[in-house]
Write a protein that binds this ligand. Structure first.
Ligand code: ZN
Length: 285
């Protein structure tokens, strides 16, 4: 299943079941269902059968009629992995990581999948990072690798937008990774059962139509389930937490000389089976 958070005609946020180029408005097809994605995920075991069977012509719209919001607007936390594809490690000249490298993106950076991304006033070193994102479906701590698949609700396409001068001027990356508008993801959540094995998906980033990043999630150094096992040794993973799983090679900072994004550029991130997100860069007002 594909579940979107969206608005219709400027109304309140609601959840849609995406079917091809159509979307079923669940609040109409299934009144009484939660209208927040985190609440829906929390009740998923009880409601999934109803959602799966939701068909209601009167509640169905063409996708073009809806505005997509971040699938989860208020995750409890966003964690992101550094250096998780071998080609990205090599292009940066870093050593292969012996341990998983994690940082946080602040929740205030959450951004809709097709909304303009800001070039901040204080930098002209804005860079893209296409990443597979997963959404936690079940709370847990000290989750074993074997149990980890049961804790994934689904997957999205993300762009870990990075302000490189701010990221790299200090050992902690959090400010450079947390500018407003710099955590877009979507276009919707594709549920884990529909994705199957998440470690065989082509992943790409295009800037103004040029392919800049082109890889496959099989190139992960640490796969999704190892990520869950490791992260959950430190912290409880909660329903609706959003995890960025690392980016492949081809980022702008690694080019010689570096090429950064500027106002007017179009950045498209896509992953087979999960869809695409796309945005124009614009200068912060
Ligand atoms: Zn990243």
């Amino acid at each position: 299943m594909k579940l979107a958070t969206m608005t219709v005609d400027g109304g309140a946020p609601e959840i849609g079941l995406v079917k091809g180029d159509q979307v079923v408005r669940l609040k109409q097809a299934l009144p009484g269902l939660p209208t927040s994605m985190i609440e829906l995920i929390a009740r998923w075991d009880a409601v999934r059968g109803d959602v799966e069977r939701a068909t209601d012509e009167a509640a169905t719209l063409p996708m073009a009629r809806v505005q997509l919001l971040p699938p989860i607007s208020n995750p409890g936390k966003i964690m992101a992995m550094g250096l998780n594809y071998a080609d990205h490690v090599r292009e940066g000249g870093a050593a292969m990581p012996q341990h998983q490298i994690w940082f946080a993106k602040c929740v205030s950076a959450v951004h809709a999948p097709f909304a303009p991304i800001q070039v901040p006033k204080v930098s002209d070193a804005v860079d893209y990072e296409v990443e597979m994102v997963f959404v936690v479906g079940k709370r847990g701590r000290h989750i074993s690798r074997a149990a980890a698949p049961g804790h994934v609700f689904g997957y999205c396409v993300g762009n870990d937008v990075s302000v490189r001068d701010w990221q790299l001027r200090t050992p902690q990356w959090i400010l450079g990774k947390s500018f407003d508008t710099h955590a877009p993801f979507g276009p919707w959540i594709t549920t884990a059962d529909e994705v199957g094995d998440p470690h065989r998906l082509d992943i790409r980033c295009l800037v103004n139509g040029d392919v800049r990043q082109n890889s496959n999630t099989r190139e992960f150094i640490f796969d999704v389930y190892e990520q869950i096992a490791y992260l959950s040794q430190s912290m409880t993973l909660e329903v609706g937490d959003v995890i960025y799983t690392g980016t492949p090679g081809g980022v702008g900072v690694a080019m010689k000389p570096p090429i950064y994004l500027k106002a007017g550029d179009r950045v498209r991130c896509e992953i087979d089976g999960l869809g695409a997100i796309e945005a124009t860069l614009e200068n912060e007002a």
